[in-house]
Write a protein that binds this ligand. Sequence first.
Ligand SMILES: Cc1cc2nc3c(=O)[nH]c(=O)nc-3n(C[C@H](O)[C@H](O)[C@H](O)COP(=O)(O)OP(=O)(O)OC[C@H]3O[C@@H](n4cnc5c(N)ncnc54)[C@H](O)[C@@H]3O)c2cc1C
Length: 473
Amino acid sequence: MNDAVAAALRQRIDPARVRTGATETRLYRRDASNMTGRAGIVVFAESTADVRAAVSVAGRFGVPFLARGSGTGLAGGAVPPDDAIVISTAKMNRIISVDPENRQAWVEPGVLNLDLSKQIAHLGVHFAPDPSSQQTCSIGGNVANNSGGPHCLADGVTSAHILALEVVLPDGSVVTLGGEDPEPDGLDLRGAFVGSEGMFGVATKVCVRLMQNHPDVATMLMEFDSVGDGAQLVSDIIAAGIVPAAVEMMDQLCLQAVEAWLHAGLPTHAAAALLIECVGPAGQVASEVTRIRELADARGVASVRVAANDAERAELWKARKGAFGAVANIKPNYYLHDTVVPRARLAEVIEKVYEITARYGIDVINVFHAGDGNLHPLLVYDAREDGVVDKVHAAGREIVTFSVEVGGVLSGEHGIGLEKRDLMPLMFSEVDLAAQEALRVAFDPQLIANPDKVLPNPATCGDLHSVPDGAWV
Ligand SMILES: Cc1cc2nc3c(=O)[nH]c(=O)nc-3n(C[C@H](O)[C@H](O)[C@H](O)COP(=O)(O)OP(=O)(O)OC[C@H]3O[C@@H](n4cnc5c(N)ncnc54)[C@H](O)[C@@H]3O)c2cc1C
């Protein structure tokens, strides 16, 4: 079967870019999660026509396929089900056009997030979503996971920055969803596609909204003797009517791990630190900084450091965005969830995270988007220790369950993927899940686009599963 599929692909795509060797299939069987699948064939697409050919062959043979950007996903979204065709978009990395006047750009899905902002910086604009993985993750992956980042507090996550998408649907047809016009006619299928985690087809071109660079910026690092005080300040700031560009928290173990690696002058003795950034016109930034300092004083802040220049600011952000990598200073492996909880309950949930992990005897690093209430408890461990993986998963499940119990959600930005698929019933009723499945089937009647992801039981839609007559192109 695999040979026949590969032969059919090589008839339509440069054979050098259709790979079945052990190197490629082993490399592409996993992403940045802890899960592993089995890739049958890896296709390095260079164009919409290549993607269309790969998807069409998949449909003809009834073989699953999935798109893969950079493989930095943390929920197993790009882990291939058995013998799937993995369509890598890494070579589709051209910025097609930039329109600074209308603040939009068309890009291919394999363009890396940070590359886009770097290449348009001279125009005074940027792409706002800035995942901590932005040096390596792709715009296509950002779209599929509806990714966030530290600076999405004020500007919104990826869905707020995507105007239109060219998509190869699972039946091999090519459509444009949304449009350059901010209010295109009809159903918002662009909105449905963003965050669909590869289940609705492959995005082959993306029209992104660009944001104007800010005239002034102030970045503050505040240290606290208790995590609770820092968490309460986050609520105080928002309640005072201020929405900073970013509000990030690092707890003590995180500060120590990052400092040991980057030597950025982080307060390693503090229980927690908040990294807060205000942007806008100079006067507004100055008054927000003053007000936030007053609120911090009222919460007993131990010290406040304001970055003196761009270099210091970049150093602080490098420390925050490098936190996951710093885990290697403690243990070789980490496992995390990214639940979102109501801001007012942040302190309580973090205490619970400490209690759960202590009970399982696991070290935990908390580094997260505090402004959004989007937790990232990194459970650090050494997978070679007997039984530790089971303990980590059990602790992770308790954290997710508690987050949902206090009114939170399963994922703020990493997606559901394979990892949280079976936890979906914690949050959604059977009716909810059936409605989501019905939408999936409307896009993909044959259920070959990244199957086994997101929805726990594909059998909930009965008749909708039957494959209609369809001509594969
Ligand atoms: C150190 C680290 C820090 C991170 N920080 C953040 C963060 O701050 N915020 C955040 O949101 N995430 C973060 N992530 C998670 C991850 O980087 C994001 O989810 C990112 O958007 C994934 O992009 P990718 O190109 O690696 O996608 P992949 O991992 O390759 O794929 C992710 C999903 O997207 C689908 N997909 C990819 N391309 C397409 C396409 N063209 N069309 C349709 N579907 C497609 C895949 O099938 C898969 O389901 C982090 C990850 C790491 C390792």
